[in-house]
Design a protein around this ligand. Structure first.
Ligand code: MG
Length: 297
């Protein structure tokens, strides 16, 4: 099933809704299944397998009418992550080549070990909300479509074969990046952590709906022009390897978000570069999850 965080009537209250298979475009409030969680993190940490299977089928809804997805304001599925987002740098071979050329850093071509960094995201951005341009601060604004993995239960010292059991679901992350800040500060953290630089959504697809490892078409467009087009089975370091490796030394808590890296075709990869400007519409899409669309303002 697909889990959304949404708002209605502009009352500013985040609610959780379920889009069930066979009922696309319709959203059932979680309360219709007799369940109540404070937010998506609370749900991820505390929902039982029995409850999860129960809300997978709209036939089990006991009250209330379904809403149309087009009639609600979508929020990021996890509006306030508990911790910074864990990101993979250079996890598609073709993106390694364009990054090494732009940054003039040959180490980016080394693929023996995964490159990890983090991205501050006190508040993530839902589909339909703006990406701020930060004119004067950001001169090289870029986009990166990525498959986001949501950890479902605390995870420490797990093997590669056990790792898939710890995945709650998947989402789309746009790892918005200020290339000039990355270059000027010789480090990626600041340039990727500005407020509004983490569009995420439109939903979380639960892991049971995605064959493992995920082999999903992944793409981005800017103003309708295809920029990135690849498949998530081209990851250099697989999702299971990432979870297993990190868990050897750090506890991945339930609700952890891992952005698994972006394929070629980001703005800095073009000659001359095609950076974002005010008014540009960026759409990130992953097969089976949906579309995440944001306009630069
Ligand atoms: Mg990235």
């Amino acid at each position: 099933m697909k889990l959304y965080t949404y708002q209605t009537n502009h009352d500013g209250v985040d609610r959780i809704g379920v889009e069930c298979a066979g009922w696309r475009g319709m959203l059932w409030p979680l309360e219709a299944f007799g369940l109540k969680f404070a937010d998506m993190r609370d749900l991820i940490c505390h929902i039982t397998p029995v409850q999860l299977s129960r809300i997978a089928d709209a036939e089990n809804a006991t009250e209330g009418n379904a809403l149309r997805l087009t009639n609600v304001r979508l929020r990021s599925p996890i509006p306030h992550p508990e911790q910074d987002i864990i990101c993979l740098g250079i996890n598609y071979a073709d993106h390694a080549v364009e990054s090494a050329r732009f940054h003039e850093q040959s180490f980016l071509l080394s693929r023996e070990k995964a490159t990890y960094f983090s991205k501050r995201a006190y508040e993530t951005t839902g589909s339909g909300d703006p990406i701020p341009a930060y004119e004067g601060l950001v001169t090289e604004l870029d986009y990166e479509v990525e498959l986001g993995v949501i950890i479902g239960k605390d995870c420490k010292s797990v093997s590669v074969s056990e790792a898939p059991n710890y995945i709650f679901g998947y989402t789309i992350v746009n790892d918005v990046s200020a290339r000039n800040l990355q270059t000027e500060h010789n480090q990626w953290y600041f340039g990727k952590s500005l407020d509004g630089f983490t569009p995420m959504g439109p939903c979380i697809v639960t892991a049971d709906e995605v064959a493992f490892p995920p082999a999903l078409a992944i793409s981005s467009t800017v103003n309708g022009e295809v920029r990135q087009s690849s498949n998530t089975d081209h990851l250099l370091h697989s999702i299971a390897e990432i979870i297993s490796e990190l868990s050897q030394g750090m506890t991945l808590r339930a609700g952890t978000i891992i952005a698994t890296g972006t394929p070629a075709g980001v703005g800095m990869g073009f000659t001359p570069p095609k950076f974002l400007k005010k008014g540009d519409v960026v759409t990130c899409e992953i097969e089976g999850i949906g579309k995440l669309t944001n306009t630069v303002e």
